[in-house]
Design a protein around this ligand. Structure first.
Ligand SMILES: NC(=O)c1ccc[n+]([C@@H]2O[C@H](COP(=O)([O-])OP(=O)(O)OC[C@H]3O[C@@H](n4cnc5c(N)ncnc54)[C@H](O)[C@@H]3O)[C@@H](O)[C@H]2O)c1
Length: 422
């Protein structure tokens, strides 16, 4: 039987999706400039690129850019709940991209879709959480021989890949796009910060002013979430396990305490650690009636949902869209948002386009660099070259009409010499 070139929920949603893609594109000027150059120069000519990323309007604009560069592109979802069905339909119908993603797909279908992308024989892959790379290291190891390199978009993915490198099991080169400053300093902080709260508010309609919000983890994402929650008037507490991060949170003016304590007073809990079971039975037991728990870290393991289920007398699914009520007893319920999956992508539409402009401009240029390098990379985790980061930051500033100063000749000399002192 011929393999399907795409598998989306409903192609009739394409016109709605196209509007969303073009709307996002207005806020992605750097990517648009790169796309225009790619259209003329075709740096990715003949390259099959297989991607496993959140299927959003911003991702659609990255896929368009790769295609304009001459690549043949196939995309599946990096999370079963983050797919925007209209966007997926439009990518297939209007932009000729093979998309395998349906919002709410089961885990077996999720893996069928990953396999469908690998069936297109990619030479470059783009991952958001290393699921494609994992498959290429296990069940689909044969297809790994074809790979020049794989790009990784998120912290959790890079952590896994560095572990594979350390354990000597990494089979092909990886580019840690997440670790580029033009990515995590902006996307993880400002993107996750704003869109996570957007997800919480869309799901619950809650008033953030005066709300006791507990942010679990004060990394790049946690800093953004805590900063934006405070901006909305919430009383923010941070929990951490690293002394330096905890100290930073204290000096940024947040209340810091262990989760065992925060659990007793928090009203909204947001996990962004990339770790497992940071909210668990001992914490649910202490929570007040009406506590709302959600996650914005990559995987749905940050909240111990099986333990929450075990503690509950019953679970009422869908008390609102993306909200389930876990009834602990007659006097206490805990609300879980979006099944514990990334709340910003499941209950809202993910990061605003303007910030994804930087992440995806970095991805597009990293793909071009990779295609140029060909098989020259050694098998390890590589950083994005600073030259690419310079281009992206300069173009972004230009698009915002912001100019900056240049070093004078005297300053260049001063900064490169050690002669002058007190
Ligand atoms: N929602 C999104 O759209 C989105 C965007 C970017 C990244 N992510 C994901 O968010 C997660 C965090 O990313 P990041 O870039 O902030 O990572 P990071 O490494 O900068 O920060 C994670 C922080 O969590 C802390 N932590 C770990 N275990 C903890 C525990 N038990 N209790 C409290 N704190 C704990 C760590 O000390 C660290 O400071 C990752 O899974 C990443 O892939 C999500």
């Amino acid at each position: 039987m011929a393999k399907k070139k795409a598998d989306v929920t409903d192609l009739r949603l394409a016109s709605e999706g196209k509007k969303k893609i073009l709307w996002a594109d207005r806020d992605m000027p750097v990517l648009a400039l790169i796309r225009e150059r790619f259209r003329k120069e075709k740096p990715l000519k003949g390259m099959n690129i297989g991607c496993c990323m959140h299927v959003t309007s911003e991702t659609a604009n990255l896929m368009r850019t790769l295609k304009e560069g001459g690549a043949s592109v196939a995309l599946c979802a990096s999370n079963p709940l983050s797919t925007q069905d209209p966007t997926a339909a439009s990518m297939v119908k209007d932009f000729g991209i093979s998309v395998y993603a349906r919002r709410g797909e089961s885990v077996p279908v999720f893996y069928d879709h990953l396999n469908a992308v690998i069936d297109t024989k990619p030479r470059i892959t783009m991952d958001d959480g290393a699921d494609l790379v994992n498959l290429l290291h296990n069940k689909r190891a044969k297809a790994a021989e074809n790979i020049i390199a794989s790009m990784e978009e998120t912290t959790t993915g890079v952590i896994r890949l560095r572990a594979m490198e350390k354990n000597g099991i990494l089979k092909f080169p990886v580019i840690a796009v997440n670790d580029a400053d033009t990515k995590h300093l902006f996307d993880n902080r400002y993107g996750t910060g704003q869109s996570t709260l957007d997800g919480v508010v869309r799901a619950t309609d809650t008033l953030l002013a005066g709300k006791k919000v507990v942010v679990v983890g004060y990394g790049w994402c946690g800093r953004g979430v805590a900063m934006r929650a405070r901006g909305a008037g919430a009383l923010v507490t941070v929990t951490e396990i690293e002394p330096l991060k905890a100290l930073e949170a204290v000096m940024d003016g947040f209340n810091v305490c262990p989760m065992a304590e925060a659990a007793t007073f928090g009203e909204v809990f947001i996990t962004v650690t990339g770790n497992k079971h940071v909210l668990r039975a001992e914490h649910f037991r202490k929570m007040r009636n009406g506590a709302t728990v959600c996650n914005s870290g990559h995987f749905d393991v940050e909240i111990d949902i099986p333990a929450l289920r075990k503690l509950s007398k019953k679970v009422i699914k869908g008390v609102r869209v993306n909200v389930d009520e876990y009834v602990i007893n007659r006097n206490k319920s805990i609300f879980l948002l979006a099944d514990g999956r990334l709340v910003n992508l499941s209950a809202a539409t993910g990061h605003p386009a303007s910030v994804m402009d930087m992440s995806f401009a970095t991805q597009a240029l990293a793909a071009e660099w990779t295609a140029k390098q060909g098989k020259k990379f050694d098998v390890s985790v590589h950083d994005v070259p600073s030259k690419i980061e310079d281009i992206v930051s300069k173009l972004k500033l230009q698009s915002m009409n912001v100019s900056i100063d240049r070093l004078t000749k005297e300053q260049v000399t001063y900064l490169s010499s050690s002669g002058e002192g007190t």
